[in-house]
Design a protein around this ligand. Structure first.
Ligand code: SF4
Length: 196
């Protein structure tokens, strides 16, 4: 017996045949029964489509993130439906909201508890630059305490902007060499934040 439709009075049948797109294959050489590419490309492809975000939401931008996770915008389409609330199980720190200077060490502690490779996204004007709060008590951008990979502008950014920022993170993740985290350049970046 069909289940009653309670919440969608005009259900549309899902066109799964034509509406599903597959992740693009990395560059490489293909022939009869074989495909070769670089290890970094394969690892990047897997990583970029299976990011586990760690939401660090302190104020209004966090509400936009809730909309981004909900069914209309649906961050899960990008392989990131598994939010983690333990930094040890996440690889993308999303800082959303005003960060008071008192919170700065907490943001850094959360970052340190994440295993490499890890990426950071500053969502909204407050996380990126302090926003409208040019005051003694507000951190003027989280890049004063942790390295940031992508900044999302807006006060607040719309969910489309958060999705766009997420896709920019995916581009970085997909193109990153598996050797980057062991490079002197990366170690120098962490050292500049007092991280060994
Ligand atoms: S950027 Fe604007 S919307 Fe986002 S936390 Fe700051 S004040 Fe709120």
């Amino acid at each position: 017996m069909a289940r009653p439709v309670r919440f969608n009075v005009h259900p549309i049948g899902a066109d799964v045949k034509d509406n599903i797109t597959y992740a693009a294959a990395p560059e490489g050489f293909a022939g009869d029964g074989f495909f070769t590419t670089s290890l970094s490309s394969v690892v990047g492809l897997a990583r970029k489509n299976s990011l586990w975000p760690m939401p660090f939401a302190t104020s209004c931008c966090g509400i936009e993130f809730m909309a981004t996770m909900a069914s209309h915008y649906d961050l899960a389409r990008f392989g990131a439906e598994r939010l983690g609330f333990s930094p040890r199980q996440c690889d993308l720190l999303m800082v959303m909201g005003t960060i008071a200077k008192k919170m700065g060490p907490i943001v850094k502690q959360v970052y340190l508890q994440m295993a490499e490779p890890r990426w950071v996204m500053a969502v909204g004007a407050c996380a990126s630059s302090g926003g409208i709060f040019d005051t003694y008590s507000v951190l003027q951008g989280i890049d004063q305490v942790v390295p940031v990979d992508v900044y999302v502008p807006g006060c607040p950014p719309r969910p489309e902007a958060i999705l766009d920022g997420f896709m920019r993170i995916q581009d970085l993740v997909g193109q990153e060499s598996v050797r980057r985290r062991n490079s002197d350049e990366y170690k120098g970046l962490l050292n500049s934040y007092g991280i060994q």
